[in-house]
Design a protein around this ligand. Structure first.
Ligand code: F6R
Length: 612
């Protein structure tokens, strides 16, 4: 995923674009660039690496940043390395047309060959550059930027959002959307284009969401929207109800830490909404609960952290609903024999709603007749198009690349969904529902306690920071917790951490254990797997591993056994993943921070992955 911003108006164009890119940094940070329309020419500034490099490049060229319009881009490399040459904006051969792109042009190879045969010279390895030359060719035929772009996009296959400017048409940006989000921000005497609201938050109050197959002509005082055949389309404006504060760190050193500390409030609000007016069964406004509850089987599809939330739900739903539940990585679902049918409830989970694997999988499930329920943090995202029912995560924009608050929001929504389905299916008694409801409502206070009393997590991080590897183990419902803990650690600290079912340790991974391999055990006293977990920890101790545990307060056995122990208040086992995730998030955060890693922007990653 990359980030796009465009601006036309009397403001300080260069700096407006740079600040927009700053707010889109979570979408990619391999390279960045801007193109400025300076009456009779287009100036381009590009730099490989972090956005700071672009800031540095332009720092002594402020006089060149004044312009009438401009476009900017921040890249997460897909086709072509993260070099300055491959950075956007890309320029047409005659130097008159510049564009930025988010998405993938699938047929770029054949188009490149065609354009090379026609004499166009390519300077980069990207798929994007074909569009620059293609639009130049069409411009020569049709004479206006709108006509060139609407003719050009018909040659393209794949997913794309473009912003295009042309030297002969000052004060104009043409923006196009096909399967990749793009919005237009409406100001007073100025207008914006952006991949996402943070780029323009605080600058405009009204926005237009472009739909797939639409393009907009954006000038200082007017915005028009057309379909790809040039027919004018009526558009709806919506108010931006986001304060600039949502993309501020609010005094925290990193977005990740801020987002970790937001979690108890997010969960509290989700519960308040679902249990408004004193009801005992959660009411989920956008879920067709009757229809969803008729399902004979459930499939849950997601990637990464969302897949771990799905895996927790797999345990919970089987217990509460007594029907088969399969949890499948979206990238794998697509290649399996598909048993999805109209009796299936398919739940797609995606924080961003833009993950290509998850979208493709959900689309396939829909084609097979399943009821599609989507959990997403972005109600304006692409996955929502396929949803019959929706569960908004309401976690607010998650800026840190490592997901934290969206994970606990996903768990909360999945618990609520499970309870609502169980009530509808009568698979839990009213007493059982009441008890679970009471337990659930105590979680925010317990979460707050964990987050407010987390000094020992930092101390544990100090002791663990110099290990190059770590194994996380758990059994049952907390196996996904262990896997999520390991994922958090590896993705932001680059420590090789892997989660295993504790019972599997002896079938292979135990060979790795020695004094250089700490074992992190996730366990909860008082359940059927606790004793077995303790035995597995003893096995690790016998191999000289440093033993780290995450368990409940007052777990006396754990206090004796573990070298380091992180604790959370006791809670019913089914809800323990929500609490146990918190110290593991904090541990990963502190280790990464102590190692001097770029916590919010880990290498090679981007906030959402829009390629399969
Ligand atoms: C890890 C992380 C990723 C995402 C995954 C799916 O911290 O953020 O593993 O969870 O890329 O993203 P969404 O949920 O946006 O589909």
């Amino acid at each position: 995923m990359c980030g796009i911003v465009g601006y036309v108006g009397v403001g300080d164009v260069g700096n407006i674009l740079l600040s927009g890119l700053k707010n889109l940094e979570y979408r990619g940070y391999d390279s960045a660039g801007i193109a400025l329309h300076n009456n009779d020419r287009i100036d381009i500034f590009k730099a490989a690496g972090k956005l700071e490099n672009l800031y540095e490049l332009v720092s002594d060229q402020q006089d060149k940043l004044a312009a009438t319009s401009g476009i900017g881009h921040i890249r997460w490399a897909t086709h072509g390395k993260a070099t300055t040459k491959n950075a956007h904006p890309h320029l047409s051969n005659n130097g008159q047309l510049a564009l930025v792109h988010n998405g993938i042009i699938e047929n770029y190879k054949s188009l490149r060959e065609e354009l090379e045969r026609e004499g166009y010279v390519f300077l980069s390895e990207t798929d994007t550059e074909v569009a620059a030359h293609l639009f130049e060719r069409e411009y020569k035929k049709w004479g206006t930027l709108e006509a060139a772009v609407s003719s050009g996009v018909k040659y393209l296959k794949g997913a794309f959002a473009f912003c295009v400017i042309h030297q002969n048409e000052p004060e104009k940006i043409v923006a196009v959307r096909q399967n990749v989000p793009l919005i237009v921000g409406l100001g007073e005497g100025e207008n914006f284009v952006a991949s996402d609201i943070p780029a323009i938050v605080g600058k405009v109050r009204k926005i237009v969401y472009l739909n797939d197959g639409e393009m907009a002509t954006v000038s200082r005082n007017a915005v028009s929207v057309y379909d790809f055949n040039g027919r004018k389309v009526d558009y709806r404006t919506e108010y931006v109800d986001m304060s600039p504060d949502v993309i501020s760190k609010r005094g925290y050193p990193h977005f990740m830490l801020k987002e970790i500390h937001e979690q108890q409030d997010i969960v509290r609000h989700l519960l308040q909404d679902a249990y408004a007016d004193g009801q005992k069964i959660p009411v989920l406004q956008k879920v067709h609960i009757e229809e969803a509850a008729k399902a004979e089987k459930i499939e849950i599809i997601a990637c990464g952290t969302s897949l771990h939330a799905a895996a927790v739900a797999g345990f919970v739903f089987e217990e509460w609903l007594k029907i088969p539940v399969s949890v499948i990585a979206a990238s794998e679902y697509i290649y399996r024999c598909c048993l999805t049918d109209e009796k299936t409830l398919t739940i797609g989970i995606s924080q961003s709603g833009e993950t290509a694997d998850t979208i493709t999988a959900v689309k396939r499930a829909k084609e097979h007749g399943a009821h599609i329920l989507v959990l997403t943090n972005r109600e304006d995202s692409s996955i929502v198009r396929y949803a019959d029912s929706r569960l908004p995560l309401k976690a607010g924009i998650e800026v840190s690349v490592a997901a934290t608050k969206s994970y606990t929001a996903q768990l909360t929504c999945l618990y609520l969904l499970g309870l609502a389905l169980a009530a509808e299916r009568r698979s839990l008694s009213l007493d059982e529902l009441g008890q679970l409801h009471d337990e659930l409502r105590q979680l925010p206070t317990k979460m707050e306690k964990v987050l407010n009393e987390a000094e020992n997590v930092k101390a544990a991080a100090e002791k663990l920071k110099n290990y190059h590897q770590m194994i996380y183990i758990a059994r049952g419902i907390n196996l996904p917790t262990a896997m999520e803990g390991a994922l958090k650690l590896k993705e932001i600290s680059y420590v090789n951490a892997n989660g295993y079912a504790a019972g599997e340790l002896k079938h292979g991974p135990i060979a790795l254990l020695d004094e250089n391999m700490p074992v992190m055990a996730v366990l909860t006293p008082g359940n059927r797997v606790y004793d077995k977990m303790i035995s597995n920890c003893e096995e690790a101790r016998a191999r000289h591993s440093l033993l780290v545990g995450v368990s409940f307060d007052e777990d006396k056995t754990a206090e004796r056994l573990f070298d380091l122990l992180l604790t959370v208040p006791p809670v019913t086992e089914v809800f323990s993943p929500l609490l146990l995730a918190l110290p593991l998030q904090l541990l990963a955060y502190h280790i990464a921070d102590l190692l001097g890693r770029e916590v919010d922007r880990p290498r090679n990653l981007a906030k959402s992955v829009t390629v399969e």
